[in-house]
Write a protein that binds this ligand. Structure first.
Ligand code: ZN
Length: 483
């Protein structure tokens, strides 16, 4: 495995500010020789509100700052086998050190080599309030930087491509191959840790994936669809993808496909601030991807009118692919388009995922307990044509636990009702939309917490008492606020 040299490849001259542009270039450039390397990540400064450490197995479990991670994904088409190996650097800031927490779900990744030597168990632990299950390196490491190398493990293959019930991101149905970092923010441990060793949502770091597709047939044409910077190292066999350092575990989109199984449609969108943004849709049916490109143009224009210029540098969307539960990534999404409906785009979640390009993937939730915010905004404009009245049957949307790493299902309907209430509260200022536009402007390319959002609403609210009543009833729902 190649874990010692991060050797991230960015376009020459790219700095932090233009990393989004770097990813955009990746959309258009398949085999370009990309130039000079960019160096270290921003590291500890990313983590402004560390999740509290806790005691487990007589050790102090701590949240390290991951400063880079590399993995290699080997897909052997003939053997129907996919394996992962990789490593990461972590920085421990605690004076007394601690046992670092991270996550990786596949059961085979049970050991790590620490600093090139000692083999240490990577055990599952539960946070003290049972808010989350994660992995702990079962050794106390000193303050400073450490390298963790993960032993190679196999990804489980899904068995039911129709219901997806056991699909784990790799599929070898009918002699084909397909892998996707298929994520779901409503289920615990369903971000990148589902496949690759990774950190927590609040910790962005440069991540590099090398994909080797071995033993594909002459009729197959391996490719990788991604929102990272893709370099084609060996035609049709080896790809290197470097993701910008401001991406985190819910940002990365990586889909290894046989191009011959997909139809593609491309387009361009001229944003309201004068940029030209490439659009790409792909999926099994040409009619669906053509419709999706047309719908994307229409919907971005509509959303820009409310919330300002499209904040991403591209949009890449997988339509009705194997892993089609709607989900958003940075500048990318997967959607399900129902060809039988009278308005398939409206039912496709395309509007919902595009709203997340502003709320969720530009202004970003800091951790699991904050994810309800962007769902309450996206769902309000997209999921229902009828008003929702839950009649007092409310649950806490912002989890009490700092360790939760997913968003409650109620974020959609209850969040929609909360947003509709806010729209009425702010009626004298043009409703909720101008407030959200200003919220996005403040938090574009930054993390927000639940408290940041509520403080912003309080700042703008014409009636603080009424707002606090709504927050108490429909956000906290009786649970004690965290701060
Ligand atoms: Zn959503």
């Amino acid at each position: 495995m190649n874990t010692r040299a991060p050797n991230l490849t960015w376009p020459a001259g790219a700095g932090v500010a233009s990393l989004r542009s770097a990813a955009r270039i990746a959309m258009m450039v398949l085999a370009a020789a990309l130039g000079a390397a960019s160096g270290s990540s921003s590291g500890a400064s990313d983590i402004r509100d560390p999740t509290p450490e806790f005691k487990v197995r007589r050790k102090t479990a701590i949240f390290p700052d991951i400063t880079r991670a590399d993995v290699t994904l080997n897909i052997d088409v003939a053997a129907k086998r996919a394996t992962v190996a990789g490593g990461m650097d972590i920085e421990i800031g605690e004076a007394d050190g601690g046992a670092p927490l991270l996550d990786v779900v596949p059961p085979a990744a049970r050991f790590v080599a620490v600093d090139g030597g000692e083999r240490v168990a990577l055990i599952e632990v539960t946070s003290p309030d049972r808010g989350s299950v994660m992995r702990m390196v079962d050794a106390v490491l000193a303050k400073g930087v450490h390298t963790l190398d993960f032993e190679e493990y196999a990804l489980r293959e899904g068995t039911d491509a129709t219901t997806r019930t056991s699909l784990e991101g790799i599929s070898f149905v009918d002699g084909g191959f397909e892998f996707q970092t298929d994520q779901d923010d409503t289920k615990p441990r369903h971000f990148t840790e589902r496949f690759f060793p990774s950190g927590f949502e609040r910790d962005p770091y440069p991540f590099k994936v090398t994909v080797n597709v071995q033993n594909a047939t002459a009729a197959q044409s391996p490719d990788v669809m991604t929102n990272g910077v893709k370099t084609l190292v060996t035609d049709g066999q080896r790809f290197e993808i470097a993701f910008p350092e401001d991406y985190n575990t819910s940002s990365w989109f990586l889909h290894v496909i046989d191009r011959n199984q997909f139809a593609f449609a491309t387009g361009e969108y001229s944003t309201s601030d004068g940029r030209t943004v490439p659009l790409t849709a792909y999926g099994p049916r040409q009619a669906d991807v053509d419709l999706t490109i047309a719908g994307t143009k229409r919907l971005i224009a509509e959303i820009e009118a409310d919330y300002g210029p499209y904040p991403q540098d591209f949009f890449l969307v997988a339509v009705n692919t194997t892993f089609n539960d709607p989900e958003e990534y940075v500048g990318a999404a997967q959607i399900r388009l129902n060809a039988d409906g009278d308005n398939p785009i409206r039912r496709s979640a395309l509007r919902h995922e595009l709203l997340h390009m502003w709320f969720g993937r530009s202004a970003r939730p800091y951790e699991g307990r904050d994810g309800w915010v962007d769902e309450s905004i996206a769902a309000w404009r997209s999921d229902r044509s009828e008003p929702i009245e839950l009649d007092g049957d409310y649950v806490p949307l912002a989890y009490e636990s700092r360790y939760e790493r997913h968003t409650p299902d109620e974020s959609y309907d209850q969040g929609t009702e909360f947003s509709a209430d806010l729209d009425r509260l702010f009626a004298g200022q043009g409703g909720l939309k101008p407030v959200l536009r200003a919220f996005h402007e403040r938090y574009a390319d930054r993390f927000f917490t639940t408290e940041d959002y509520l403080a912003f609403l309080r700042e703008k609210a014409p009636d603080r008492a009424k707002l606090d009543e709504l927050i108490e009833a429909k956000v906290y729902a009786g649970a004690a606020p965290h701060h």
